[in-house]
Write a protein that binds this ligand. Sequence first.
Ligand SMILES: [Zn+2]
Ligand SMILES: [Zn+2]
Length: 276
Amino acid sequence: MLGSGSAGNSALVATNHCKILVDGGLSARQIALRLEQCGVTPEQLDGVLLTHEHGDHVCGLEVLCRKFDVPIYANSQTTEAVRCDCSLDRHRNWRIFRTGAEFKICDVTVQTFPVPHDAVDPVGFAFFAGASGLGFITDLGYATKMIVERLRQVHTLVIETNHDEKLLQADIHRPWPVKQRIQSRHGHLSNSAAATVIEELLPGKIDRVVLGHLSRDCNTPALALETVRTALNKSGKIDIELFCATQSEVSPRFCIGETQRGDFQPTFENAFFPAA
Ligand SMILES: [Zn+2]
Ligand SMILES: [Zn+2]
């Protein structure tokens, strides 16, 4: 996770052969800096995958793609929205997928599926390389049955824990309609809603959960972790690795299919996925 929170989101998914950016919602400078911390240059990216067109997922793309001709993978409605809003109209290197489609970027199989959120055609992803699977759902009001089914084969899940319900209720800065939007079925997952999704996946292969997209003033990493950990303990699952990503720092590298994480290697010799 290069950075995650309501102010900006970007993540790097990599194998020995492939480097994919998921969303570009940090400044281009920050994306480049944080990639560098992972031993990756923007030129090495095989593509940028977009979940949806909101600014906290795409704001760095215009500058990044003006400098580096990285292919952008998105569905057609998201592409249209981003091209209009972000002056990416001059970017030529688009790879348009149909929501629900499965495709390959190098040795990574990407499955896409719709998620309920107030964007034109928001999606979640499941990535597979070799025997390793990674699920990626941020920005969704609730998890549909189909989303849960799509994530049953993943080992690591990135999921949003946007807000603590009590803190959101008590917040004095957000007007009521904004609170309603966040809590709606096309808004964002609360800590406890995310915990419920994770519980549903426990019979599957999941062994690690990375929490992200936390609201700056209606959540804290401690609250999100505690809510999810309490739910896992109740389910008798104490061996699931839990981590909360932050806005300001690159997370440790997570090796999918292994529950031990290590620091980033400056040379990026090690893969996120074991070789197929
Ligand atoms: Zn967002
Ligand atoms: Zn959004």
